[in-house]
Design a protein around this ligand. Structure first.
Ligand SMILES: *Cc1c(COP(=O)(O)O)cnc(C)c1O
Length: 356
């Protein structure tokens, strides 16, 4: 605390990212990172970019990258916004579109950044309680609001919402912006991306951090009507014209040009996820059905925090949220098959130790 802090700085409670400890080598299943490296073509593109013109500013409009992504998704480049990670795209969207007079709606259990942005930008909000199976009550989104944000599949619950349900919410709320955060959509869900032409109030946000193994590069996207994209550009160009550096532009573009690699990694993770579930159930975990690169699990007899701490001592990091309704759950990212085998082995030992 310093007397020089503004009221906002004093009052904000910043997001706490999954820990990246350096005291020993851990199996990292706590930040939903991809266990596989990015495509070799991405590394080559970044190397090449490092050898060209780093003394010059990058293209502030990300034209080449947007053209590549537009081709990939069959959109027009003016329907695409590029940001420094999707967290930045989310922050810009909250600034660009959300109405200060009315509450912003999002689920009570979801990505915790939304609540932080709401406070940071002095917005009002109303939490929509998920039901006791963590499903989204559609009717609750049919009330006056200043904007809506929904993660699909949801984090950390892994629960997937059908595009039909989401379309209903988008249609009903034609007077406000509906943001769908699709950070995990490539792991088995269906994206709403092809509907951005149908709904002028729909903004889809995606990231290269999870399915494309590029958490370290910081690239995220928004897809929407060209007027929404123009709104995001107005905010971005009022803060920082060059949010995407030359290495990120080159690496991101190369990622979309290596479809075979992307599909291979994506399917490997889905395959590992499906393989691991029966083993967890055998150990008496309740496992939410997941369409993400992580699982949300709760043990029938042993407290989640105890398991979390014991796993940490064994060199395995998972995520535990000390929050109402989910404080007996663990969020476990899908690693390689080998990592998940070690996880199961350690869990077996921990349960044996406690239950005898
Ligand atoms: C990981 C994640 C993000 C942030 O991704 P970055 O692009 O790395 O900033 C956004 N939303 C959700 C729901 C996430 O889980």
């Amino acid at each position: 605390m310093s007397k020089y802090w503004s009221e906002t700085t004093k009052n904000i409670e910043p997001y706490i990212p999954g820990e990246q400890p350096k005291d020993r080598k851990y199996i990292k299943l706590n930040a939903n990172e991809n266990p596989y490296p990015p495509s070799p073509k991405v590394i080559e593109a970044i190397n090449n970019a490092a050898n060209e013109n780093l003394q010059l500013y990058p293209d502030p409009n990300c034209d080449e990258l947007r053209n590549t992504v537009a081709n990939y998704y069959n959109l027009s480049p003016n329907q695409i916004f590029v940001g420094n990670g999707s967290d930045e795209v989310l922050a810009f969207s909250f600034m660009a579109f959300f109405n200060k007079e009315k509450p912003i709606l999002f689920p009570d259990i979801t990505y915790s950044f939304y609540e932080i942005y709401v406070k940071l930008f002095n917005l009002k909000h109303k939490l929509i309680p998920l039901d006791d199976k963590f499903a989204l009550p559609l009717d609750s989104f049919c009330i006056e609001n200043g904007g809506i944000v929904i993660t699909n599949p949801n984090a950390p619950t892994t629960k997937y919402i059908s595009i039909e349900s989401l379309k209903q919410i988008v249609k009903y709320n034609i007077e406000s912006i509906v943001i769908i955060d699709e950070a995990y959509i490539d792991f088995g869900g269906e994206s709403l991306i092809e509907f951005v032409d149908n709904y002028p109030n729909l903004l889809i946000i995606q990231t290269l951090s999870k399915s494309r193994s590029l958490a370290g590069l910081r690239v995220g996207f928004a897809f929407g009507h060209k007027d929404l994209i123009e709104g995001l550009n107005r905010i971005k160009n009022s803060i920082n014209s060059y949010t995407i550096d030359r290495l990120a532009l080159a690496g991101a573009k190369a990622s979309f040009e290596d479809e075979a690699y992307f599909q291979n990694i994506r399917l490997k993770i889905i395959d590992t996820r499906e393989k691991i579930v029966p083993f967890l159930k055998e150990l008496k975990f309740i496992v939410m059905e997941s369409k993400a690169n992580f699982l949300f699990v709760s043990h029938t007899t042993i407290n989640a925090k105890i398991i979390f701490n014991k796993l940490r001592k064994c060199g395995i990091l998972v995520r535990y949220f000390d929050k109402p309704r989910i404080n007996n759950f663990l969020r476990i990212s899908i690693g390689t098959n080998e990592e998940m085998e070690i996880l199961i082995k350690k869990l077996k030992q921990i349960i044996m130790e406690i239950e005898g």
